[in-house]
Design a protein around this ligand. Structure first.
Ligand SMILES: Nc1ncnc2c1ncn2[C@@H]1O[C@H](COP(=O)(O)OP(=O)(O)OP(=O)(O)O)[C@@H](O)[C@H]1O
Ligand SMILES: [Mg+2]
Length: 354
């Protein structure tokens, strides 16, 4: 129960990505959400590889400087994981209450998870009765390797913070969407979060995530292809990709290298969407929302729209967040919007919410 005079404890959200850490703190006011803090700290390329923490020192260091720069006092931290360390599966189980499932989840989940139960943390969300009405229900199962959770928990603790929730990127995006957009009950959208090393694809139907998949490619693929084709360093290739440096190559050559990667990425998204639609007859996807820094890739949204025949839009996680324009620069927020999709979603989580 939510008593209005017991304000829930504030948290800070840290989206620890492989290229940068995004920090957001939102205040839950009577009128709605207000922006209190926003920051980003870039990480060296080898700090996180394949979703695993390799260089915990630089991550802790980056978190510590973000906390300091933004004068953060709150310790409770919400963070998230993505990629192959997270297994999300929609499964069918005998209908039961949430309480009953809490008690039997280890046993029920065992057959679906390819790791020993002792190695993973399990969570779930009941999606409702399945359509065949045979006393079964659909459940979203989430399993994360304890080893990976521990690594993330440790870097947060070493920065002097208190990790209270470790979420999953796709679910954070679902919360971000709920905060910023309204949909008709029969509207379905695909979320495509293009990070530096991982792209996660999920489908939100009737406000609930019903499908997720992650693919090990993202912004780094563009940089690596530029690096390989023009025989330059990763750093130079990244700067050229971001338009910070012009490089000596012909612009047409550069865009043909970029387009090849965009085509691959688009094909992967299309495959996921088609796979989902194949198992859900009569369902349509009304829109694809892009987030993550990779959403800013020139020409990508247009290409995706053309090849999927679904409207594509880049998300703005700040629509539903009030902010003081004297404190937060509007142009900067517009520029950085896709980066902060996950972090804004995490920032709306409060301990005790389900
Ligand atoms: N204008 C742009 N054009 C192309 N790519 C861009 C642009 N801006 C940012 N990117 C790319 O976006 C990526 C960073 O996005 P993001 O911060 O969402 O990733 P991350 O969360 O650090 O990574 P991951 O989630 O994969 O671990 C980088 O690869 C970066 O080069
Ligand atoms: Mg990310």
């Amino acid at each position: 129960m939510d008593l209005p005079f017991f304000k829930k404890k504030d948290v800070i959200a840290l989206d620890i990505g492989s290229s940068s850490i995004k920090l957001v703190k939102l205040n839950q006011a009577k009128k709605g959400w207000e922006m209190e803090k926003l920051g980003i700290a870039y990480l060296p390329p080898e700090a996180i590889v394949d979703g695993s923490i390799i260089d915990s020192m630089s991550i802790t260091g980056a978190i510590t400087s973000l906390i300091k720069e933004n004068a953060i006092k709150v310790k409770d931290t919400v963070s998230s994981l993505t990629g192959h360390s997270v297994i999300i599966k929609k499964v069918s189980m005998p209908a039961m209450t949430e309480e009953e499932l809490s008690e039997s989840i280890q046993w029920e989940a065992e057959q679906y998870i390819p790791f020993p139960m002792t190695d993973v943390n399990i969570d779930f969300q009941i999606l409702g009765e399945d359509t065949e009405g045979r006393g079964q229900m659909d459940v979203m199962l989430v399993a994360v390797k304890k080893e990976v959770i521990n690594d993330y928990v440790n870097v947060i603790k070493e920065a002097g913070l208190n990790p209270v929730i470790i979420d999953v990127d796709s679910f954070a995006l679902e919360n971000m969407m709920e905060l910023n957009y309204t949909f008709a009950p029969d509207e379905n959208v695909a979320m495509v979060n293009i990070g530096a090393s991982i792209t996660s694809i999920s489908i939100i139907a009737g406000g609930v995530t019903v499908f997720t998949r992650s693919i090990p490619m993202g912004g780094n693929q563009y940089t690596e292809e530029i690096q390989r084709n023009f025989n330059i360093s990763f750093k130079e290739a990244e700067d050229i990709k971001l338009g910070k440096e012009s490089g000596s190559m012909e612009p047409v050559e550069l865009s043909s290298v970029m387009n090849a990667v965009s085509t691959n990425l688009t094909m992967e998204v299309k495959r996921s969407v088609d796979f989902f639609l194949g198992g859900s007859p009569g369902v349509v996807i009304n829109k694809i929302f892009l987030s993550g820094g990779g959403a800013k890739t020139k020409g990508l949204a247009e290409l995706m729209q053309e090849s999927t025949a679904i409207p594509v839009e880049v998300v703005n996680p700040f629509i539903g967040v009030a902010y003081d324009p004297k404190e937060f620069d509007e142009e900067y927020l517009k520029e950085m919007a896709p980066y902060f999709g996950v972090a804004v979603g995490l920032a709306t989580r409060r301990l005790g919410d389900r």
